[in-house]
Design a protein around this ligand. Structure first.
Ligand code: PCD
Length: 783
């Protein structure tokens, strides 16, 4: 049951979400809800070819079409030095194609008209002559010496983007040479898409009389977007105001800057009018921010009893036509080197090679702290392969290899320092709660009858909350975050943060943190995010970083206010500051029972009755640079039954035990887990973006790229252990991504476990029923 908002000491309680009344009643205000006087609409012309030279573009007929105000092509942008923009991964990307196109649905021209329909109609009149070029969709073929070079703009004449590695090569190889057991598996994490309900879009509103550009945009990182826009366009940063209104799901899709954004800004600058651009579903899925697409080869060296020694991973990363991966600058493969997971490997070597292909760019962190999902999936999958090879139960194998709780802070062989964890406890709770032993008995009975039942475990470790700023930056901007709190005379609070939620519940959870620290109720605290003109600078919401960074800033900012409040309280209580005690809801005077003042009394005094010489007002700003990341973990267990006739997999039970340290709002955390598990389920069983040999995208809409409905979705069971982060101001770790990171392996492990009697060791996702059916058929189980 959700608590009422007026409760004091709200931290850790199920406070009802403040944002829900507006979202549930359809009263959210998203970019496409905003209508400005004189607003024009933009539509993009896209390439039907995956690789082709552009011979000519004739825009004359479109310019004559009703309502058309402007047509922009790559050549126009070249004249403004805006044909290419930097990507977050140190590459550059075309805004509107010049010379050639590199993927199907690439942006080629922009049409701006009075109505959306007129822009769409006029776009059909643009005549583009293409000369098709040979297409490369397979990243392995892209690396062959005779492969066509896709990126003619680069000095390096090859489709190889980068090589990156972590760990100790020699020490790892040494352990492999002498290892009693070595297992090796090729594992693919397919191309998927965050597919938020609301696609990307913006309104660029340049006002020629003030010189100010207001940019309403579906942005997970408004401040960073403003800075990048200022750097790219040359407009002064204080003359750009980025407003990210309600965002209908981000999931990493709304972190990059897309060509449509730049084109809309250019159009508004040229026309001096507001220009709106909203993607269609197909545009969203085909051209913005895909995720994953990793081809991984994993080897584990172990003792006969399954105790692990070393890990070796080689990866081919398909980046599409431009490397637009959303990763911190120093990490071209994100935080993938967390791939040793929850296990105490002595050594590891992790290699990633990025490759260009004729596909849309991306590599966004879809509910994933920069490639940690690929890493967690890989290690959790291959630990099961090892368990099978050495004949040890997968739960037991994990227990034998866990980093033990006394080992924290734990230094991993690839250089991470895990802050805290208790993996044994979390797994023990999960095994007990799901009834593991009974399930194994049931499975044995079913196997004897020729039935296929599987149990899959995933005991993953996540790494979330970038900064610290000494290691993490995006395009040079250091990763920290901020909060600013103002208490008004009547004790009501407005707090602004540098992050920007997209449905996660920050308006409630950050109000809980601040109310807790100030002895107020969440009702008294209004959280505002997403307007760069009034919020302090921050790096945005993704990679489950808001709680670890801005959440820390909120607590410390409130404490900064409490320090001043204590001085005012001393004045009101007429005692020395050292005699004032804070009990969580009020200040009282030591030894003087009954004499106390609340934060509301202090707030009023801050504007009406101050100690002499004190600066009036009660507000503070805090920029928090965390000393380390936070490392949440979890133990997930899936139980599946397979239909022998059809190959359909039924997820009978799924239990997620998460540990995200101190929980701010258990109801919100459960909601986060439910959402992420549903996504993980979709990835495991139904989602993929394949291409044919000509580079045609074969899942360009939600008819082919499946999104689970309530009917498809299993019932989720959740539980928790609490191992606080030792360095976070309230001990909290992020949680939003964990269920997406941890669950795919549990699903796949369960299906493989069910099919193990047939000798199956691995099946690549998505596990469509036909894949299972084929396996059953090959083994003569079904006709
Ligand atoms: N929490 C609590 N406690 C704890 C933790 C946490 O309570 N311990 C809560 C908070 O406060 C919030 C949530 O929960 O409210 C979450 O958080 P986090 O984890 O910190 O995170 P953030 O940062 O806030 O967020 C982010 C995430 C991500 S990352 C993603 S994808 C997704 C998730 O989030 N997205 C989304 N979730 C969600 N939800 C919703 N509704 N929507 C969306 O969109 Mo990326 O990287 O971007 O890809």
């Amino acid at each position: 049951m959700a608590l009422h908002q007026t409760e004091l000491r709200p931290l850790g309680k199920c406070v009802g979400r403040k944002e829900d009344p507006r979202f549930i009643r359809g009263k959210g205000r998203y970019v496409d809800d905003i209508m400005l006087p004189g607003m024009l609409y933009m539509y993009l012309v896209r390439s039907p070819y995956a690789h082709a030279r552009i011979k000519s573009i004739d825009t004359s007929a479109a310019l004559q079409a009703p309502g058309v105000k402007l047509v922009i092509t790559g050549e126009d942008l070249e004249a403004m030095n805006l044909a290419w923009i930097p990507t977050m991964a140190n590459d550059q990307q075309m805004v509107l194609a010049t010379g050639k196109v590199l993927y199907q649905y690439q942006e080629v021209a922009a049409v701006i008209a009075e109505t959306r329909e007129q822009a769409v109609d006029a776009a059909q009149l643009i005549d583009i002559e293409y000369e098709p070029l040979p297409v490369v969709v397979d990243p392995f073929k892209a690396l062959e010496p005779d492969a066509p070079i896709l990126r003619e703009d680069r000095e390096k004449k090859s489709n190889h983007v980068f090589h990156w590695e972590a760990g100790d090569r020699e020490a790892t190889e040494e352990l492999f040479r002498n290892a009693p057991v070595v297992v090796k598996k090729d594992v693919r994490f397919q191309r998927v898409h965050p597919a938020p309900l609301e696609p990307c879009g913006c309104i660029a509103d340049y006002n020629p009389s003030t010189g100010k550009l207001t940019w309403y945009v579906t942005s997970q990182a408004p401040h960073a977007h403003r800075t990048v826009l200022a750097m790219v366009s040359g407009l002064p940063e204080h003359q750009i105001r980025v407003i990210s209104p309600d965002v209908g799901g981000g999931f990493g899709n709304k972190v990059p800057i897309y060509p449509g954004y730049v084109a809309a800004v250019v159009a508004s600058l040229k026309l001096g009018k507001p220009v709106k651009w909203i993607e269609t579903r197909t545009e969203n899925i085909t051209s913005t921010g895909f995720a994953r697409d990793y081809h991984m080869t994993c080897e584990i060296a172990a003792e006969e009893d399954g105790r692990v020694l070393a890990l070796r991973v080689k990866t081919i990363a398909d980046h599409g036509a431009f490397d637009a991966a959303a990763d911190p600058s120093k990490f071209p493969a994100g935080l993938f080197s967390i791939v040793t997971g929850s296990y105490d490997f002595k050594e590891a070597l992790v290699e990633v090679d990025g490759v260009y292909t004729n596909k849309a760019p991306g590599g966004v962190a879809y509910r994933c702290s920069f490639r940690v999902t690929e890493a967690a999936y890989l290690i959790e999958r291959v630990m099961d392969v090892l368990a099978r090879r050495v004949g040890v139960d997968p739960a037991e194998l994990r227990k034998r290899n866990f980093i033990r709780k006394e080992q924290f802070p734990y230094k991993s062989p690839t250089g991470w320092t895990y802050d805290s964890g208790d993996y044994e406890k979390t797994l023990a709770l999960a095994l007990e709660k799901i009834g593991y032993e009974e399930l194994r008995k049931e499975q044995a009975e079913k196997r004897a009858r020729g039935e296929f039942m599987g149990i899959g475990i995933s005991t993953f470790t996540e790494v979330v909350g970038a900064g610290p700023s000494h290691t993490f930056d995006i395009m040079g901007i250091k990763m920290f975050d901020s909060a600013q709190i103002r208490i008004h005379p009547t004790g009501k609070v407005i707090a602004r943060l540098g992050v920007r939620h997209q449905g996660q519940g920050h308006e409630t959870t950050f109000a809980q943190i601040i109310a807790e620290e100030l002895g107020l109720s969440t009702d008294d605290v209004l959280i505002e995010e997403g307007d760069t003109d009034n919020a302090p600078y921050g790096l945005g919401t993704y990679a489950s970083r808001s709680t670890p960074t801005a959440g820390g800033a909120a607590a410390l900012c409130a404490r900064r206010i409490r320090d001043k409040a204590k001085k005012i309280a001393a004045h009101l209580l007429e005692v020395g500051e050292e005699d004032v005690v804070w009990d969580g809801v009020s200040f009282s005077a030591k030894g003087l029972p009954g004499k106390s003042v609340t934060m509301k009394d202090v707030a009023f005094a801050a504007y009406t009755n101050l100690p002499e010489g004190m600066e009036p007002g009660l507000e503070a700003t805090y920029y928090y640079d965390p000393p380390n990341l936070t490392f949440p973990h979890g133990a997930y267990i899936a139980v599946v039954d397979i239909d022998k006739g059809t190959g359909a997999v039924k997820v009978r039970r799924f239990l997620a035990v998460d540990d995200c340290g101190t929980v701010i709002n258990p109801m919100i955390v459960d909601g986060q887990v439910h959402g992420g598990l549903t996504e993980g389920f979709a990835i495991a069983f139904m989602q993929d973006i394949p291409f044919d040999d000509e580079g045609n995208c074969l899942a360009p809409n939600w008819m082919d790229y499946l999104v689970p409905t309530a009917l498809d979705t299993p019932h989720w069971e959740t539980d928790r252990t609490v191992t606080p982060s030792p360095h976070h101001p309230i001990g909290a770790k992020g949680v939003g991504e964990s269920p997406n990171v941890g669950s795919p392996a549990a699903f796949v492990n369960a299906v493989v476990d069910a099919l193990a009697p047939l000798g199956v060791e691995h099946i690549d996702m998505p596990i469509f029923p036909w894949k299972v059916w084929q396996i059953l058929r090959e083994h003569g189980v079904t006709e």
